[in-house]
Design a protein around this ligand. Structure first.
Ligand code: ARG
Length: 287
C-alpha cells in the first residue's frame, strides 16, 4: 500500500518539478510525505545495504513501515484458524503470525475475510495472508511465499458407511469444497463430478451429513477436526488413498518485497529454533 502511495508521490513530485514549482498537484502532497519520497528514492541503494536491527521497524519494508502488520485470514479452518468463544480469530496460524509480529516489533492486526479474496487483497487491503495456504504455481504468479511451515495433503470426508475408497470412486460424485481452495481445484478435475463450493467448510460438512453430498475434499487437519466434531457421522480418509499430492503451507506476501520476506523468514526460523513453533503445534494441532 505504502509503496504505491510513495510511487504516486514520486510521480507527482517529478511532475511538479517538470512544470512549475507550487502548482496544485505539488501542494496536495503533505510536507512529511514529500520528504519521505526523497529518502526512499535517493537513499534506496544505501538503505538496502544496512540490515535492520532485530525488533526495529525498518523504513525500507513497505508493509512494516507503519508499525502494523495487517494480516488476512479466513477463520473457517480449524485448527489453523477459527473464531474463538470471544469472537476473535484464533488458531495455530494466528498464534504463529502474532509471534512473528512480536519478533519484528510490529502490531499484528487480523482481518477475517473470504479465503478466495485473500491473494488479491495482498498489497492493498492486507499486507500478508496466513490461512493454511498451500503454495501453488498459480498463486506464485500473484504473490510471494515465505518458507513453508507445514506439510499438508487433501483428505476426503465421507459419510459413515460410504463405499468410496479410490480415485475412481470419486468420478461422477457430488463433492463439497471450500471455494478457491486446492480441494476445489482437485474436485474440478474429477470426471463428471459436481462440485459445490462453500465459503465455510463447516457448511459443506453439514450438507454431507444431510445427504446432499457424497464427500467433502478438504485439508488433513481440518478434516480430522470435523471428524471428531461430527463423531459417528463422518470419517476422514487420507488423500494418499486417492492419489492426491503433498502440499505445503506458507505465508503469502506482496510480490517483490524482499525486505519483508527476509524478516518473516528470519523470524519464522528463530521461532523454530527456540522451540516456540513446536509448542504451538502441540497446543493447537496435535492435542
Ligand atoms: N490449503 C488449502 C489451500 O490453500 C485450503 C486453505 C483454506 N484455508 C482457510 N483458512 N480457509 O487452498
Amino acid at each position: 500500500m505504502k509503496k504505491l502511495v510513495v510511487a504516486m508521490m514520486a510521480a507527482i513530485l517529478s511532475m511538479s518539478l517538470l512544470t512549475a514549482c507550487g502548482n496544485t498537484a505539488g501542494e496536495a502532497a503533505p510536507a512529511d510525505t514529500a520528504s519521505e519520497v526523497e529518502t526512499t528514492t535517493e537513499d534506496a541503494a544505501t538503505e538496502e545495504e544496512v540490515p535492520a536491527g532485530e525488533g526495529e521497524v525498518s523504513e525500507d519494508s513497505s508493509a512494516l513501515a507503519d508499525g502494523v502488520l495487517n494480516v488476512g485470514t479466513n477463520a473457517e479452518f480449524p485448527p489453523f484458524e477459527y473464531m474463538n468463544d470471544n469472537g476473535e480469530a484464533d488458531g495455530f496460524d494466528i498464534a504463529l503470525i502474532r509471534a512473528i509480529g512480536e519478533k519484528l516489533g510490529v502490531e499484528v492486526q487480523v482481518d477475517n475475510m473470504e479465503f478466495a479474496s485473500l491473494v488479491s487483497s495482498i498489497g492493498s487491503k492486507i499486507d500478508v495472508a496466513i490461512a493454511g495456504m498451500t503454495v501453488t504455481d498459480e498463486r506464485k504468479a500473484a504473490v510471494d511465499f515465505s518458507n513453508s511451515y507445514y506439510n499438508a495433503v487433501q483428505y476426503v470426508i465421507l459419510p459413515e458407511g460410504s463405499d468410496i475408497a479410490t480415485a475412481d470412486d470419486l468420478k461422477g460424485k457430488a463433492i463439497g469444497v471450500q471455494l478457491g481452495t486446492t480441494g476445489d481445484f482437485i474436485a474440478e478435475e474429477i470426471e463428471d463430478a459436481t462440485t459445490s463450493q462453500y465459503n465455510k467448510a463447516v457448511d459443506a460438512v453439514n450438507d454431507l451429513v444431510n445427504g446432499r453430498l457424497d464427500c467433502v475434499i478438504i485439508d488433513k487437519n481440518p478434516a480430522l477436526v470435523f471428524e471428531s466434531k461430527f463423531e459417528g457421522q463422518v470419517t476422514a480418509v487420507d488423500g494418499a488413498q486417492f492419489d492426491f499430492e503433498a502440499e505445503e503451507y506458507a505465508i503469502a506476501m506482496p510480490k517483490g518485497d524482499t525486505v519483508l520476506a527476509d524478516k518473516i523468514n528470519t523470524a519464522l526460523q528463530e521461532l523454530i529454533d527456540d522451540g516456540t513453533f513446536d509448542s504451538l503445534v502441540s497446543e493447537y494441532i496435535e492435542n
